[in-house]
Design a protein around this ligand. Structure first.
Ligand SMILES: Cc1ncc(COP(=O)(O)O)c(C=O)c1O
Length: 347
């Protein structure tokens, strides 16, 4: 295999833990968690593994500025800005929307790490027009920066290109090689499915390294990322690595529906009471905090599948992909405060 070079933007070799209380709670096989929330850099998360390769590529190719895109609370944006700070690069984060008055959650951290945050107001524009407007702003920024002798690396949303996906292909090897859990059998690895870089890397890795477990994706978008594009991403990576392994659509296990996904409702970045109950279950049973946008949805989907006996007494590993800062935004804190006000005693 044509190995890609990496640097340590944060830390990999994250711990695997057995969730003893949840295992007892469901009583249907062992439950484990891979703690990719503990990757260190700027409060951690899955994008660290991707950035190990993306930042290495930027440094090797003389880029001095990282530019990326995202939603208002993009974790990928935060970690890209953090990695840029660590390696003395400039960072620009382009967000589709109106600049808010309050820098909540990820945005506060982005500003603390000196990211340049560019908002592109696309209100009232159709999807295609909005996309074009964002692209126009990005092209202008890159042009202007070039005039100032900057070299800008544009990283796609979620870091989901082949270089980024390689980070998650390697995560499979890390799981298989983990000395502490080598003798345990894992049948399923469950992860959130967003822009598919994580999933594409995992599914190619599972096939290439002959893992004994299959990868189940739980979408975070009601209209999940196109599965054909996910296959294409995995196979483009395989071609770049010069390996013969290929992924087909049959290797993909995306649960909850490819349209109007039942686990992703009521919508990206929004939760319902059942999803929050799943987050509270994890917090109360294991002292592990999930975020409302990605890992909370994944765990909600997992609980639903568990209740439907989907995993039929097998052992399951959950991938904790981080995302904490998004929890600390007013809409989520308001929901949690309303749900849990009975916890409060005033003397
Ligand atoms: C915390 C968290 N988990 C999961 C994901 C999904 O990863 P991917 O976009 O690679 O599917 C993201 C993506 O932004 C994320 O921020």
């Amino acid at each position: 295999m044509q190995e890609l070079n990496r640097i340590n933007v944060g830390r990999i070799n994250t711990p695997i833990e057995k969730l003893n209380n949840l295992t007892k709670y469901f009583n249907k096989g062992d439950i484990y968690i891979k703690r990719d929330d503990l990757t260190g850099l700027a409060m951690g998360g899955n994008k660290t593994r991707k950035l190990d390769y993306l930042v290495n590529y930027a440094l090797d190719n003389g880029y001095n500025t990282l530019l990326t895109y995202g939603a208002m609370q993009t974790n990928h944006g935060r970690l890209t800005i953090g990695a840029a700070a660590k390696y003395n690069l400039n960072s620009i984060l382009v967000i589709e929307g109106k600049a808010p008055e309050l820098l909540e959650g990820n945005l506060a951290l982005d500003a603390m790490m000196n990211g340049e945050i560019v908002f592109v107001d696309t209100e009232d524009l159709a999807e295609e027009e909005a996309k074009n407007k964002v692209q126009e702003v990005v092209d202008n920024i890159i042009y202007e920066r070039k005039q100032q002798n900057d070299k800008v690396l544009a990283i796609p949303m979620g870091g989901s290109n082949t270089i980024g996906a390689f980070g998650y292909m390697q995560c499979i090897k890390e799981i298989i090689d983990d000395e502490e859990w080598k003798d345990e059998t894992i049948d399923y690895l469950v992860c959130p499915y967003g822009t598919a870089g994580t999933y594409a890397g995992l599914v190619l890795g599972a096939k290439y390294y002959k893992a004994n477990f299959v990868i189940v994706g739980i979408p975070v978008f009601v209209e999940p990322f196109d599965v054909h594009e996910c296959v294409k991403l995995a196979n483009n990576l395989a071609i770049e690595l010069d390996i013969e392994t290929r992924v087909t659509i049959d290797d993909l296990i995306i649960e909850g529906g490819l349209h109007n996904n039942r686990f992703a409702l009521p919508g990206y970045g929004k939760t319902n009471k059942e999803q929050r109950e799943a987050m509270y279950l994890m917090a109360r049973q294991e002292g592990i905090i999930l975020d409302p946008v990605y890992t909370g949805k994944m765990f909600y989907g997992f609980c639903e599948l568990m209740n439907e006996n989907y995993f039929s007494n097998s052992n399951v590993m959950l991938l904790h992909t981080g995302g904490y800062p998004g929890l600390f935004t007013s809409k989520h804190i308001k929901d949690i405060s309303d749900d849990l006000k009975d916890c409060i005693k005033q003397y």
